[in-house]
Design a protein around this ligand. Structure first.
Ligand SMILES: *[C@@H]1O[C@H](CO)[C@@H](O)[C@H](O)[C@H]1NC(C)=O
Length: 342
């Protein structure tokens, strides 16, 4: 090795030593600041949310470690391990299993002051047995905007890339219905509309069921999708709107809460509301007579926005952690039924 080369090596070592020393000093300073009162805040403690029973299944997904990091929330752990009842920061109970009495509330083992959360994505028409749940729950997780933990079925968020093209349209209107009941308002709307508008019907109730992955490609060639909710309730807007219509690339014709509620979620020209028309005949005339430029206008929002579906229970439960620091301590739903039916 030449002298020149050795000299370079030494200088590298010397600079390395200096840099290392500087780094150590900085770390030491940070440590001092961190331990001093009013310095760098402590990291947030881990929040543990116990899911007493996974919704609609006895086979919960595998939940490992920091479960909510994939949804942008760290220090949040979901667990279905009931031995954590004594120590969990909050416990979630999904309503369906309480309603059917598959699951019982561990009232006798409830630690004093432990927040309990009532969770449901069903409408009041399909929710029973709330009267016996008085004075138990502290927080509600649901699609209602005034829930403590508000979890809509979907939302629009900013789009970064270019909008995907609107699917090529060759058909008029489509309705997918699995549970048809004549007395429902949506059945009445369909009956009144059908004589004036070409509506194709799919789903179990029509004898033309669709497989889970078939729905979107089936809907895409239709200009309009009938997003008729099974019952009409405050804020009750489901995947019939977000997924079956908006995400599939069809214009939703909605029956549900008032237009103003939809407009809280999407631009006014993203959908057609049944209430905007005096009769089914007028609605049909509007849909049938729509020219191409007007129709294209219903997709304008896609230039800057995209649909984000929120269908995963894990993501819904992780939303608890985002809200956790702000949730009202000491609140109790004395009349959960009264609140939910309102
Ligand atoms: C399309 O319909 C809209 C609204 O009915 C109307 O204002 C517009 O002039 C029509 N455009 C064409 C090209 O006919």
């Amino acid at each position: 090795m030449s002298n020149a080369r050795r000299g370079t090596t030494w200088r590298l070592w010397a600079w390395g030593g200096l840099a290392g020393g500087a780094l150590l000093s900085v770390l030491w300073l940070l440590w001092l600041l961190g331990s001093a009162p009013g310095g760098v805040p402590e990291p947030q403690p881990m929040v543990t949310i116990l899911i007493w029973h996974w919704p609609f299944t006895d086979q919960p997904p595998e939940l490992l470690g920091d479960t909510c990091t994939r949804y942008g929330m760290s220090r949040c752990r979901l667990s279905t391990d009931r031995s954590l009842l004594a120590s969990a920061d909050a416990v979630v109970f999904h309503h369906r299993e309480l309603e059917t009495r598959r699951v019982r509330l561990p009232l006798a083992q409830r630690p004093r002051g432990q927040p309990w959360i009532w969770a449901s994505m069903e409408s009041p028409s399909n929710t029973h047995g709330l009267a016996r749940l008085r004075g138990i729950f502290n927080w509600v997780l649901s699609y209602r905007r005034d829930s403590d933990i508000f979890v809509p079925y979907g939302r629009l968020e900013p789009r970064s890339g270019p909008a995907p093209p609107v699917p090529v349209k060759s058909r008029m209107a489509v309705w997918v219905v699995s549970n048809f009941q004549r007395r429902q308002q949506r059945a009445r709307v369909y009956r009144q509309l059908a004589p004036h508008l070409q509506v194709d019907v799919f789903g179990r109730a029509s004898g033309r069921p669709l497989c889970a992955d078939c729905l979107l490609p089936t809907v895409a060639p239709y200009r309009f999708y009938l997003s008729l909710e099974n019952s009409q309730h405050r804020d009750y807007i489901t995947e019939k709107f977000w997924r079956n219509a908006l995400a599939a690339g069809a214009v939703p014709v909605v029956l549900g809460p008032p237009r103003a509620t939809y407009e809280a979620f999407v631009p006014p020209h993203a959908f057609v509301h049944v209430d905007d028309f005096g009769s089914a005949r007028e609605l049909a005339a509007f849909l049938n007579g729509m020219n191409e430029s007007r129709y294209r206008g219903f997709f304008a929002w896609r230039d800057s926005l995209r649909v984000r579906l929120l269908e995963d229970w894990q993501e819904r439960f992780c939303a608890i952690c985002a809200r956790y620091p702000y949730l009202p301590r000491g609140q109790v739903y004395e009349d959960l039924e009264g609140w939910f039916q309102a």
